[in-house]
Design a protein around this ligand. Structure first.
Ligand code: 5GP
Ligand code: MG
Ligand code: MG
Length: 183
């Protein structure tokens, strides 16, 4: 059973608000440097990337444009289905654009690998990836991730955009769920 008190649903804090904000600022500085003099389109993958998009965008000093996509690879549980569907496509024409995909977390990497290929097929100048969190399995997938916030252990985490059955996205930190929530 879930409790009405969010804190008591969590086992432990993996990355605090401060740790996350400091790391996002570092990534933003790198991105500013790497894309100097270019027009960057940052693409947030809904819904999980809302927090990292909002924080990253505000930490960047360069001009960027923002767009959103919604894809589905997971159900409401914790298992990957391996099936990717576009639920909401971009409004932006990608021809000749430098694109940075912004993700919440890479687990199997299936979603992102599919998404990168999909965007590249639209005539982009470049497509790179930025993720707030990455799990060990993702390292096995042959997709280069240029910007990684944190490499984390292979546990199911919630917060900072990440949900369990659509809850916990609004936490400003990331943590693991107490077993009583999902057992
Ligand atoms: P992948 O295709 O890389 O296996 O999974 C990507 C998506 O799965 C993420 O964007 C996220 O929505 C979901 N996901 C993967 N690991 C976790 C996790 O530990 N916690 C939560 N809440 N979602 C996860
Ligand atoms: Mg995601
Ligand atoms: Mg989810």
């Amino acid at each position: 059973m879930e409790s009405t008190d969010v804190q008591s649903d969590l086992k432990h804090v993996l990355k605090s608000k401060e740790e996350i904000q400091n790391r996002i600022a570092e990534l933003a500085a790198e991105i500013d440097r790497d894309y100097e003099g270019r027009d960057l389109l940052i693409v947030g993958v809904l819904k999980g990337a809302v927090m990292v998009m909002a924080d990253l965008a505000r930490a960047l000093h360069s001009h960027v444009t923002m767009d959103w996509m919604a894809v589905s690879s997971y159900g409401s549980g914790t298992q990957s289905s391996g099936v990717v569907r576009i639920l909401k496509d971009l409004d932006t024409d990608l021809m000749g654009k430098d694109v940075l995909i912004v993700e919440d977390i890479i687990d199997s990497g299936l979603t992102l690998s599919w998404l990168k290929t999909n965007l590249e097929s639209r005539g982009t100048a470049s497509v790179e990836i930025c993720t707030a969190f990455r799990k060990p399995a993702a390292a096995k997938v042959k997709i280069p991730v240029k910007y990684v916030g944190f490499d984390i252990p292979n546990e199911f985490v919630v917060g900072y955009g990440l949900d369990y059955a659509e809850k916990y996205r609004n936490l400003d930190f990331v943590g693991t769920l107490a077993p009583h929530v999902y057992e």
